[in-house]
Design a protein around this ligand. Structure first.
Ligand code: GLA
Length: 359
């Protein structure tokens, strides 16, 4: 008997590094995703086959542990470990994995793999975890098997995304709302093709700086901070430097997500685009998680007719820019941004044209 799970990659429409600060995020499922097919082995082995990479990893269900750092296998093994930790009655499986999500491009190929694995294991092992628990299992895999202290944005978006809707997620109440995306919206994701060496460590460093800012401000998480409180603490000289800038970014991002959801409800895409531009600027100057290539693409994108806004999407320090367009302008946009990048870098960047996708 075969069991099959699918989960899409995601883009972060708005809400940068807000998730682990208990904040607000607006996620977007993509039209690309990961598929995992599970078949019983009749023993206690977990056989992982990455069909696209032509790689196989075999591990024992009773001794699940991370393999070498950076391996795709850690995400699937980590998810299986999460099921076992929650008491799943597991038996040996062969997991056939395929994915159309570009890896290392800031589109959460890892979350898509985790979530597709979760869906396949859930069927194969007959568990009944709800989607939020599956998201936590994926997040735990990142923390314990990949060493990234991520929030829930990627997994929640991947699991809750439906076609033509954005995923509005309140990371404090854990409420998820699917917000219709106006039909005249279209997205293009443009990859920088760079992943700066510092990116993994820098993500955890940013998280630590946010925690430090929250501590100085006397709040549990930055979600509770207000612009007034930050001003006061700055005037008193208590909050300075990096923690001050990080706090301002998070508070600004939460406000921008709330404003974007209102604008979407009102069908005001131009306003959402403007919020995206402001978000990128805040990443560049306050959170300092942009880079030259992202700044270049975001700035050039905005000069192309039909582009309503552009920003970095995801952790930062490389990865991709997400551009919001009026539908119909995507072909010209892709052509223009490709030529622009080619002139500057001598190579044409990978692009992905997508609507809001889902399972
Ligand atoms: C990565 C993490 C997410 C989130 C974003 C930044 O994608 O995995 O949890 O923190 O960065 O918003």
């Amino acid at each position: 008997m075969e069991n099959c799970g699918y989960a899409p990659g995601r883009a972060e429409w708005l809400g940068n590094h807000t998730d682990y600060n208990d904040g607000l995020v607006l996620g977007l499922g993509l039209g690309v995703g990961a598929t995992v097919v599970a078949q019983p082995t009749g023993d206690r082995q977990l056989v992982l086959r990455a069909m696209d990479l032509n790689e196989t990893r075999i591990c024992q269900l009773d001794a699940l542990a991370p393999v070498e750092a950076g391996s795709w296998a850690n995400y699937a093994i980590g998810v299986a470990a999460g099921f076992l930790a929650r008491g799943a009655k597991a038996h040996g499986l062969e997991l056939g994995i395929r994915s159309t999500v570009p890896m290392g491009a800031g589109l959460s190929s890892s979350a898509a793999l985790e979530c597709a694995t979760s869906r396949a294991l859930q069927q194969a092992w007959g568990t009944e975890f709800d989607d939020m628990e599956l998201a936590r299992i994926g997040q735990e895999a990142e923390h314990k098997f990949a060493g990234v202290r991520c929030g829930l944005l990627d997994q929640v978006t991947s699991l809750f995304a439906t076609r033509d809707h954005a995923v509005f997620f309140d990371c404090r109440s854990l409420e998820v709302e699917r917000v219709p995306v106006p039909p005249d919206a279209c997205f293009v994701i443009v990859q920088t093709g760079v992943k700066h060496a510092l990116s993994d460590g820098a993500y955890n460093e940013r998280r630590a700086e946010c925690e430090e800012a929250a501590r100085v401000l006397g709040v549990g998480k930055l979600r509770e901070a207000t612009p007034q409180l930050i001003d006061e603490m700055e005037r008193g000289g208590r909050l300075q430097g990096a923690p001050l800038r990080r706090a301002r970014h998070i508070v600004g991002e939460n406000a921008r997500v709330a404003a974007a959801v209102e604008s979407l409800r009102a069908g005001d895409l131009a306003k959402v685009g403007q919020l995206m531009n402001e978000s990128h600027e805040s990443s560049r100057t306050l959170f300092e998680n942009s880079c030259e290539e992202l700044d270049f693409l975001a700035a050039e994108a905005r000069t192309i007719p039909g582009c309503l806004g552009a920003r970095l999407s995801g952790g930062g320090f490389g990865g991709a820019v997400l551009a919001l367009l009026n539908r119909g302008s995507e072909d010209n946009f892709v052509e223009s941004i490709s030529q622009c990048a080619k002139r500057a870098w001598g190579r044409v960047p990978e692009t992905l044209v997508t609507g809001a996708g889902g399972a």
